[in-house]
Design a binder for this molecule. Structure first.
Ligand SMILES: *Cc1c(COP(=O)(O)O)cnc(C)c1O
Length: 402
């Protein structure tokens, strides 16, 4: 029988990276898919659906209120817009022109990352606000923030991730200083699986992805102060319109929250631990590969870190990564530390047997290199963004993966 992938002319993807937006985010579970399917066949008043989303978000996060948004980047944009306009419809209809003195948004320079793939400062500018980057790439001190919080600042943005240098401002300190100056704090917590943390620590608004760990359709949740959440919802009558969330996104988010709160976390972890053991054992069959287990708040899964000793494999990690990412099936993992000889495999979306497919693919890359040695053309070393662009810029041409 023709597979789904074949029918639509798609290459199969083994996703060990987790719910990355570029890989279609989460593999949505049956119960949630069924709810989305049912919703799509019906009509509904969107405000009422959003009212139910509010209840689910409050239950999940402990915030005063919540609203569903189109995606995390959209949630960040409407959150920033909300701090610029409040619920003043006149102001909402005029963005990105800002009437009134508060037009700046503060962010630590080290936090200017891709909100997804959109640079954080570009996302701030999209609302009409002026980004003010404070500190240096690797450091930010209290005095940087204190000096930046002038009366023309509308909000401060904080990104909740574990990839940052250690000497940026910790969240507690950031919130304390912003509170003392009356500046609302907006948190990008797209990947955070602790849905109560940012609110409990004093965030005014927090944005979590709906299509990443929660496992819904493309969406995000914005949670926080009721007045600001209300103002977020109203942005749909203004700049929020081109980033609006549909009924399938909102319903998917509600259903995903229900499933998240009811999930048997221990059973999932036990199953993933067994998978990790098989995976690590399989790695040991290829000289130069070693696996170990990692847990982080930024994934609910067991993750397996694979270290590649290039002396033994004869192939550097970046080359293995590149070849896995252009093979058939396409195999993707977290390649953030690939230049340090490490690849990280998230087990959430792997099926039993995928561990063998992955190791077999790596073994044949190593084998191939040994056989052909210097005869094959050395590919150019490419970092993760170059690699992504390499394919994307030729997506309509003959063979974008070449
Ligand atoms: C994925 C991600 C985003 C973007 O999420 P989208 O839903 O694709 O807009 C933003 N911020 C962080 C930290 C992310 O990891």
């Amino acid at each position: 029988m023709q597979s789904f992938y074949d029918r639509f002319g798609l290459r199969k993807v083994i996703n060990a990276r987790g719910p990355a937006t570029v890989l279609g985010a989460s593999r949505v579970k049956d119960g949630i898919r069924q709810d989305i399917y049912d919703m799509l066949g019906l009509s509904v008043e969107m405000w009422e659906l959003q009212r139910r989303a509010n209840e689910a978000i409050v239950k999940l996060t402990g915030a005063e209120a919540g609203v569903a948004a189109g995606c995390t980047a959209a949630g960040m944009a409407i959150s920033i817009a909300a701090t610029l306009t409040g619920d003043d419809m006149g102001k909402i209809k005029e963005l990105p022109i800002i009437r009134g003195p508060k037009h700046k948004v503060v962010i630590q320079k080290g936090h200017v990352i891709g909100i997804g793939d959109t640079p954080a400062n570009q996302l701030i500018r999209l609302t009409g606000a002026e980004p003010v980057e404070i500190g240096e790439a690797l450091d930010c001190a209290s005095y940087h923030l204190e000096a930046a919080l002038t009366p023309d600042v509308a909000a401060a943005v904080y990104v909740m991730m574990d990839v940052f240098p250690p000497n940026l401002l910790p969240f507690d300190k950031f919130v304390e200083i912003c509170k003392s100056k009356g500046v609302p704090v907006i948190v990008d917590a797209a990947y955070d699986t602790d849905f109560r943390h940012s609110i409990a620590k004093g965030a005014d608004l927090v944005v979590h992805s709906g299509q990443k760990w929660l496992g819904g359709a493309t969406s995000a949740l914005v949670a926080g102060r009721k007045d600001l959440v209300h103002a977020c919802f109203l942005q749909e009558l203004g700049i929020g319109r081109p980033m609006k969330v549909g009924k399938e996104g909102v319903l998917g988010l509600i259903s995903a929250i229900e499933h998240w709160l009811a999930r048997d976390e221990e059973a999932i972890i036990r199953q993933q631990e067994a998978f990790a053991e098989r995976f690590i054992a399989a790695m040991a069959e290829v000289p130069g590969l070693t696996g170990s287990i990692k847990r982080t708040r930024f994934s609910p899964s067991v993750r397996v870190v694979m270290e590649i000793d290039e002396e033994q494999t004869g192939v550097p990690a970046w080359e293995i990564n590149m070849k896995l990412g252009t093979g058939d099936p396409v195999i993707k993992m977290d390649d953030y530390a690939v230049y340090h000889g490490k690849m990280e495999f998230d087990l959430s979306f792997l099926d039993d047997g995928d561990e063998r497919t992955i190791i077999k693919a790596i073994a044949s890359i190593v084998e191939e290199k040994k056989k052909n040695g210097g005869a094959v053309r050395q590919p150019e070393p490419m970092n993760r963004l170059d690699l992504q662009y390499h394919t994307l810029r030729r997506w309509l041409d003959d063979n974008p993966r070449a």
